[in-house]
Design a protein around this ligand. Structure first.
Ligand SMILES: *[C@@H]1O[C@H](CO)[C@@H](O)[C@H](O)[C@H]1NC(C)=O
Ligand SMILES: *[C@@H]1O[C@H](CO)[C@@H](O)[C@H](O)[C@H]1NC(C)=O
Ligand SMILES: *[C@@H]1O[C@H](CO)[C@@H](O)[C@H](O)[C@H]1NC(C)=O
Ligand SMILES: *[C@@H]1O[C@H](CO)[C@@H](O)[C@H](O)[C@H]1NC(C)=O
Ligand SMILES: *[C@@H]1O[C@H](CO)[C@@H](O)[C@H](O)[C@H]1NC(C)=O
Ligand SMILES: *[C@@H]1O[C@H](CO)[C@@H](O)[C@H](O)[C@H]1NC(C)=O
Ligand SMILES: *[C@@H]1O[C@H](CO)[C@@H](O)[C@H](O)[C@H]1NC(C)=O
Ligand SMILES: *[C@@H]1O[C@H](CO)[C@@H](O)[C@H](O)[C@H]1NC(C)=O
Ligand SMILES: *[C@@H]1O[C@H](CO)[C@@H](O)[C@H](O)[C@H]1NC(C)=O
Ligand SMILES: *[C@@H]1O[C@H](CO)[C@@H](O)[C@H](O)[C@H]1NC(C)=O
Ligand SMILES: *[C@@H]1O[C@H](CO)[C@@H](O)[C@H](O)[C@H]1NC(C)=O
Ligand SMILES: *[C@@H]1O[C@H](CO)[C@@H](O)[C@H](O)[C@H]1NC(C)=O
Length: 409
């Protein structure tokens, strides 16, 4: 290497060989701890005058810039100081599972450096401030504010600024109002949106249809109404669709476009109509929950094509017709089958007895007739069975069969 080159290399490496974090950084961290009423022993290592990169919970880059503040599960109490926003190289901030209260400083949500912000499982309250849409793009990718006590309307313009956002978990708070319509207009990488356990109302915004990379969408246990918008069925990347316990109406027509769906949970809503024949196109489906709706009609025979199904819950609907239409032999992974409180008729199909992983089939409260089959003895995993309130005959025989099921073989 020519002398000039090696001198340059030396100069460069000297420049990056800072021996400790800057005073401004340690001051920002000390301001944070000063805002806490309970800091559980952090003060032992967090000493002014020492290198803050060596403090408990702090990690730095090779240039001695604070990049990670990991203080989850520390029993921290008190407020989150906005001074943390002065750590200009901070990438990851994890304060989850503490007892922090007060609001979440705007300085952190709108930080120019933070990419992962996790303040879940605290007691943070107040409104989540909205970032003006005129703000320059922010790098935040993961925001977990779940399981706090945030209230008020959900931010709306913030999401225009967070162009890199991929994951947002705001579940288990007390947000009110509608779900913002502008998700994904400017956030092309959006993959996970979790809004369950809040007080959102209004309908599901069709604008979510613009979230073309969304894999998981959950807003169960809110007060959402209206139908599932057609635009939703355009998000073919969806694997989890979960809106239980709302007041969603309409039918499942269109669901078969979601060919990557693994979990469909629409229990405790006001859905009507039947399960469409096209359900058979959902080859990856593992769980389908439609319990406590007002659905009706026969089960389509195509259900047998969803060979990855592990759980089917259709409890308390108006489904009718014979179950024998479905060839259950193909559903070798089936673990849970709940058909309680419907209007099914005919025999319990023999094909069910080849589902050797079935743990808890529930048939009670229907019009099933005929005799229980010896096939039940094939259900090796059976641990619970409910068959009451049907029209099954020959109880003596049923008892004989069942005693052979439940006795050690
Ligand atoms: C840390 O010490 C420096 C001087 O050594 C002082 O200027 C600064 O105010 C101290 N910071 C805190 C938070 O006490
Ligand atoms: C640090 O942050 C506080 C609160 O956000 C702000 O008032 C202060 O000016 C900042 N100080 C520096 C040196 O950046
Ligand atoms: C934050 O820390 C908790 C507790 O260790 C962990 O479960 C969680 O995954 C972390 N958050 C992120 C975003 O990595
Ligand atoms: C918060 O959400 C992120 C993204 O889903 C996740 O990685 C992290 O583990 C969550 N934190 C906790 C404490 O569960
Ligand atoms: C969101 O957070 C809740 C807890 O607050 C957790 O149960 C759930 O798994 C999280 N979901 C995602 C997608 O991160
Ligand atoms: C909601 O948050 C509370 C308090 O953090 C927690 O105890 C509870 O398990 C959470 N519920 C859910 C459904 O995540
Ligand atoms: C998707 O975004 C475009 C561009 O912003 C907008 O015109 C369109 O209405 C959005 N689609 C939906 C379904 O809202
Ligand atoms: C769904 O996507 C197709 C093709 O991208 C588009 O033509 C159609 O308008 C979209 N439908 C809705 C309801 O957004
Ligand atoms: C079941 O069928 C009966 C008539 O056969 C009807 O009165 C009842 O409403 C139906 N139940 C449900 C839940 O649809
Ligand atoms: C049901 O499926 C099994 C396994 O794929 C197959 O062997 C059987 O012939 C099918 N029965 C009917 C009636 O289609
Ligand atoms: C059977 O039906 C009766 C009358 O509708 C009801 O009171 C009872 O709880 C039902 N039993 C079961 C096991 O579903
Ligand atoms: C009931 O089952 C027993 C065998 O367990 C059989 O002998 C008897 O004929 C059956 N009764 C009726 C009415 O089918």
């Amino acid at each position: 290497m020519p002398p000039f080159g090696s001198a340059l290399v030396m100069l460069l490496s000297l420049a990056s060989l800072a021996t400790s974090c800057t005073e401004q950084e340690s001051n920002s961290l000390l301001q944070f701890i000063a805002g806490l009423s309970q800091s559980s022993g952090l003060t032992k290592s967090w000493q002014n005058g020492t290198d803050c990169c060596s403090w408990e919970g702090i990690s730095c880059s090779p240039e001695r810039t604070v990049t990670d503040v990991f203080l989850a599960c520390r029993g921290l109490q008190g407020f989150i100081s906005p001074f943390l926003g002065n750590l200009t190289g901070l990438l990851h901030l994890n304060l989850s599972f503490n007892l922090l209260s007060g609001d979440l400083p705007l300085e952190l949500v709108s930080s120019r450096s933070i990419i992962v912000l996790d303040v879940s499982f605290n007691q943070l309250s107040g409104d989540l401030p909205d970032i003006p849409s005129s703000t320059l793009a922010r790098p935040l990718k993961v925001l977990n504010i779940s399981s706090n006590i945030f209230t008020g309307r959900f931010p709306s313009t913030s999401w225009e600024v967070m162009k890199s956002l991929t994951l947002l978990n705001a579940s288990n708070n007390s947000f009110i109002g509608t779900i913002p319509t502008i998700f994904c207009v400017n956030t092309p990488y959006f993959a996970v949106l979790e809004l369950s356990y809040n007080q959102f109302s209004g309908s599901i915004p069709p604008g979510l249809g613009n979230c073309s990379l969304l894999t998981s969408l959950g807003a169960g246990h809110n007060s959402l109404s209206g139908t599932l918008p057609d635009e939703l069925f355009n998000i073919t990347s969806l694997k989890q669709l979960s809106f239980p316990n709302n007041q969603i109406k309409g039918s499942l027509h269109g669901i078969s476009k979601l060919i990557n769906l693994v979990t469909l949970d629409l229990g405790w809503n006001e859905l009507q109509g039947n399960i469409p024949d096209s359900i058979g196109e959902l080859k990856r489906l593992e769980e389908i929950r439609l319990d406590y709706n007002q659905m009706s009609g026969e089960l389509p025979s195509t259900l047998g094509a969803c060979t990855n199904l592990r759980s089917i819950n259709l409890m308390s609907n108006g489904f009718s017709g014979e179950l024998t239409r479905v060839n259950f032999s193909t559903l070798t992974n089936l673990h849970t089958l709940d058909l309680v409180l419907n209007n099914f008729t005919g025999k319990i199909p023999e094909s069910i007895y080849s589902c050797s992983n079935l743990v808890a089939p529930r048939f009670s409260g229907n019009w099933f007739s005929g005799q229980l089959s010896e096939g039940f003895a094939n259900l090796e995993s059976l641990s619970f069975l409910s068959i009451g309130n049907n029209s099954l005959t020959n109880v003596t025989r049923a008892l004989q069969i069942l005693s052979s099921c439940f006795c050690p073989k």
